[in-house]
Write a protein that binds this ligand. Sequence first.
Ligand SMILES: [Fe+2]
Ligand SMILES: [Fe+2]
Length: 138
Amino acid sequence: MDDVFEWKDDFVTGNQQIDNEHKQLFQQVNELYDMFSDTKKYHKQISEKVINLKTVLIKHLYEENELFEKYNISEKEAHLKAHDEIIKTINDLENYNLSSLIVALLLCDVIINYFLEHFPKYDKKYIPELNEKMSIKH
Ligand SMILES: [Fe+2]
Ligand SMILES: [Fe+2]
């Protein structure tokens, strides 16, 4: 099956670690979307995938946070705050009595928004500075 969400060259930052994690997020959202084609059949896998996807996303955001701190990236405060909001949105999904399918769809939405809105606004901007600082420090 074709991917619903297509990876674009625009998403490449040139930072290997970050690119790999972003690609992994993309791949997992697509895998989750494929399972929506038969929610009865894939019911269990969808729940498992949601747990996994949440873990991958939160881990990624914390890794970015650590990089901002380690390399003292400028304007990191706004980016950290944006990450906090995403993490809160994800954690909040558990506070409502939503069906697992709705949670899965909302999670996909959070990740797609990450690439369409958060990525160009934040990620794309700090990467050149990060890459430069990383190459100096290594
Ligand atoms: Fe990111
Ligand atoms: Fe980010």
